[in-house]
Design a protein around this ligand. Structure first.
Ligand SMILES: [Zn+2]
Length: 246
């Protein structure tokens, strides 16, 4: 994996404008992992995808994460800081199909973990329950009872619920919750950290900042965009300081 250069940040930002977050995540990883095929990256479990994205974020913008939240009780605006290392709870693994098994009631289940293809398949669903069931059905590889294969439709609701929680347990990075406490009213609650949304916001801010830098330097010195972007951030800043000093 390689960090995102200024030039690649702009390319990704441009491509991602018209993309769904699932595809934005894959665009980011495609640029970061040129030795992986798009197929391989899309086959990463969602937890693994997010661990890769956290690592890429760390390589590109550093390990410190600053976030904002609003207290659901008193609307106080909170600022919080954490490190990538605090929320990346799994090691990165090679993209490969892994099979898991679970015994739920009288059923033996073989399953895999949800990946980007699976998320893409449920994008159009309005009903969260139906979407989750579809996700589980897609990831279920085999169901048997007493060694005899049976149909998915024979599974009881509680066996499906056990499978859903087992899937999450096998892919803990897929859902990162952290605790917040409001200093104004002392209310405590949990927030879901979505690295795709978070990283994309940061990347958009950075892309616009880079474009402004190109604009200033190109106007002043007449340099080409590619030349300006290929400079180190330190060198660009040095010239920008001189431009603003007049
Ligand atoms: Zn509060």
């Amino acid at each position: 994996m390689r960090p995102l250069s200024a030039d690649r940040i702009l390319q990704i930002w441009e491509i991602g404008q018209s993309q769904h977050p699932i595809d934005r995540a894959l665009t980011l990883l495609t640029f970061a992992c040129p030795d992986r095929t798009a197929q391989e990256l899309a086959s990463l479990s969602i937890g693994q995808r997010d661990a890769y994205l956290l690592t890429l974020r760390e390589m590109t913008f550093g390990s410190k994460i600053n976030g904002f939240a609003e207290c659901p009780q008193c609307s106080e605006q909170l600022e919080f800081a954490m490190n990538v290392g605090d929320i990346r709870i799994v090691e990165l693994v090679e993209p490969q199909a892994q099979q898991y098994s679970l015994v739920a009631e009288e059923f033996e289940l073989q399953f895999r973990l949800p990946n980007s293809w699976d998320l893409a398949a449920i994008v159009g669903y309005q009903d969260v329950g139906a979407a989750n069931l579809q996700l589980i059905e897609r990831c279920l590889l085999q169901v048997s009872r007493d060694g005899v294969a049976v149909n998915y439709s024979e599974l009881s609701a509680s066996a499906i619920a056990q499978l859903a929680s087992q899937m999450l347990e096998c892919d803990p990075q897929a859902e990162i919750l952290f605790d917040l406490n409001c200093p104004a009213c002392n209310h405590s609650w949990q927030v879901l950290f979505d690295i795709v949304v978070f990283f994309w916001k940061e990347l958009s801010v950075e892309a616009k900042r880079l474009l402004r830098e190109v604009h200033q330097l190109a106007r002043f010195y007449g340099w080409r965009e590619t030349d300006i972007l290929s400079m180190s951030a330190m060198r660009r800043q040095f010239y920008l300081d001189m431009v603003s000093d007049g």
